[in-house]
Write a protein of this length. Structure first.
Length: 280
């Protein structure tokens, strides 16, 4: 008998508790919604201008927006009428935490004032102009090219992409340590006018940096890089030497004959001209 009664009482109290909880929940979602504080970007760098936007579902002309950093009220230009607050990130303490409040004395929905959840910015260093390093090894398959790219500064992770002229030739290579990104490829032949560069960027928006364009280097430590390209230069040298042989032969004979004809053993006036001819 006794246990039945207490069980019934227990059930009854449970249902009452649930009803109270349900009531609380409907009040929260329907009658007093919290605003949301956001920004175009959550990652910022020193000196950047950003806007905080306080948004709610149902807008009305009579709503007032209040912005706070911690518990400190930030006065807005337009005195709470705008849902946008502009600020400049000058130092670490400008990062947050921010929150906003909406209040409306007319609308029943926002009569109770509610705060948004906290919002923090994350401070990042922008990437510095990256440096591209190219090394080449001649293999049977062609030129084995290694591209290395590193940005000396900028918050990690940094994504690197390699370009030939303006076309990307590598995927984005993500580095979360400050070490060069590396990309290897083989080129069967070269026109000699290829130019490479790399891009470095991190999570900061619109802040990609590019290295200077670099051609394929002519010399490399080991292996015979670009032998094919050097061949024409070598041929030209050989041709020059061949062309010089007759000059070496003829010139002394011509000199001797001239000396005999002019009968002047030492003609300084003509010497520079002769030297000039010899060098041609
Ligand atoms: C940021 O805004 C200030 C004025 O509030 C302006 O002087 C400055 O040039 C702006 N900086 C950038 C990077 O837009
Ligand atoms: C915002 O930053 C403050 C101070 O750096 C920190 O205490 C707080 O937990 C952060 N809040 C959020 C939501 O990240
Ligand atoms: C390029 O890389 C090679 C090999 O790692 C290195 O010896 C050389 O110093 C680097 N050059 C530059 C300009 O970083
Ligand atoms: C790298 O960053 C530091 C501090 O952020 C700065 O002092 C330095 O000048 C930067 N160096 C380059 C090469 O950008
Ligand atoms: C690129 O080639 C170099 C030299 O052969 C090698 O040490 C390196 O591991 C290669 N890197 C990648 C990412 O394949
Ligand atoms: C970096 O690259 C990875 C894939 O490699 C990608 O998921 C990520 O979104 C990239 N980050 C940026 C800032 O571009």
């Amino acid at each position: 008998m006794m246990w039945k009664k207490s069980f019934l009482v227990f059930l009854f109290s449970l249902s009452i508790q649930n009803a109270v909880l349900d009531d609380d929940r409907t009040k929260k979602t329907d009658e007093c919604p919290s605003p949301r504080l956001s920004s175009q970007t959550t990652v910022v760098t020193k000196g950047q201008n950003v806007s905080l936007i306080c948004s709610i579902e149902k807008k009305s002309q009579t709503i007032m927006y209040y912005f706070y950093q911690g518990d400190k009220y930030l006065r807005t230009k337009d005195n709470g009428e705008s849902n946008i607050f502009n600020l400049r990130i000058s130092e670490a303490r400008d990062l947050g935490p921010y929150k906003c409040k909406v209040q409306d004395s007319i609308s029943s929905v926002y009569r109770c004032s509610k705060y948004s959840p906290d919002f923090n910015f994350t401070l990042l260093d922008p990437v510095a102009t990256p440096v591209l390093n190219i090394s080449v090894i001649q293999t049977e398959a062609g030129l084995y090219i290694t591209l290395r790219c590193i940005s000396p500064n900028g918050s990690l992770p940094i994504n690197y992409t390699f370009f030939e002229k303006n076309a990307a030739i590598s995927p984005a290579i993500s580095k979360d340590v400050r070490q060069p990104a590396e990309f290897n490829f083989t080129k069967k032949s070269t026109q000699g006018d290829e130019e490479y560069r790399c891009e470095a960027k991190n999570r900061l928006l619109n802040n990609a940096k590019y290295s200077q364009y670099s051609p394929i280097p002519l010399t490399d430590g080991d292996g015979c890089a670009l032998c094919l390209q050097l061949l024409p230069v070598g041929l030209l040298l050989v041709l020059k030497v061949i062309a010089l042989i007759p000059a070496c032969w003829i010139l002394p004979k011509y000199k001797a004959r001239k000396a005999m004809r002019d009968n002047v053993p030492e003609d300084y006036g003509h010497t520079p001209m002769e030297v000039g001819e010899y060098e041609k």
